[in-house]
Design a protein around this ligand. Structure first.
Ligand code: MLT
Length: 201
């Protein structure tokens, strides 16, 4: 997968795994990473699926209807990329925090849904429930921040709450921050995510 790695100034910090929204690239969330922790290492990844010329992390059958088989395949592909990148770039594989927006938040959610040890924590901006009807791995204490919009037409509030409940049932510690906007990523929700992150450190 196309990606880049920037080594941070403080190697005790997590590596931030940047996962863009549909039509984005691996560098889109760099300013967001800088607001969350400008001393952390950054691994930015570009989705391998192209939809009408737009990179995504997995195929969908329609807006909001995911191709589950592809989602599972792509989730494994991303999981393996993190493993390989940790060896190649020498960062701590057990200290990776995902920062995903929209489609990128959905594949980050899928990492949590399918692997116990994929992520130390996750910042999910406008995520959906990636899959239903599966048993999640144990996510004991895994911290998850969800940024959501009460008027988000793509990630509806009911779905945001459902995602938080499913993750909590698996043991994750979830904090939802609501904005009264739609699907867009706002500066204030990034600031809230940054405050949440700094409490973990
Ligand atoms: C998705 O397909 O992952 C979600 O609908 C979000 C989007 O990318 O529009």
């Amino acid at each position: 997968m196309k990606h880049f790695f920037h080594k941070g100034n403080d190697l005790s910090k997590p590596t931030l795994l940047l996962l863009h929204g549909t039509g984005g690239t691996e560098t889109d969330l760099l300013p967001v990473a800088g607001m969350i922790d400008d001393t952390a290492s950054v691994l930015g990844v570009r989705g391998n699926v192209i939809e009408n010329g737009m990179p995504r992390f997995f195929r969908r059958l329609a807006e909001g209807v995911f191709d589950e088989q592809d989602l599972v395949f792509r989730t494994k592909e991303l999981y393996e990329l993190i493993d390989t990148a940790a060896k190649d770039y020498g960062f701590n594989r057990n200290n990776v925090i995902a920062v995903g927006y929209s489609n990128g938040a959905n594949i980050a959610g899928s990492l949590l849904f399918h692997y116990e040890d994929a992520l130390k924590g996750a910042i999910l901006f406008h995520p959906m429930v990636p899959r239903r009807g599966i048993e999640l791995p144990k996510l004991s204490g895994t911290p998850v921040f969800i940024g959501a919009g009460s008027n988000d037409p793509i990630c509806k509030p009911e779905e945001t709450k459902e995602l938080a409940e499913v993750l909590e049932r698996a043991g994750a510690t979830v904090q939802i921050h609501w904005e009264s906007f739609g699907h867009q990523l706002t500066q204030s929700e990034v600031q809230k995510a940054a405050a949440w992150y700094s409490q973990l450190m």
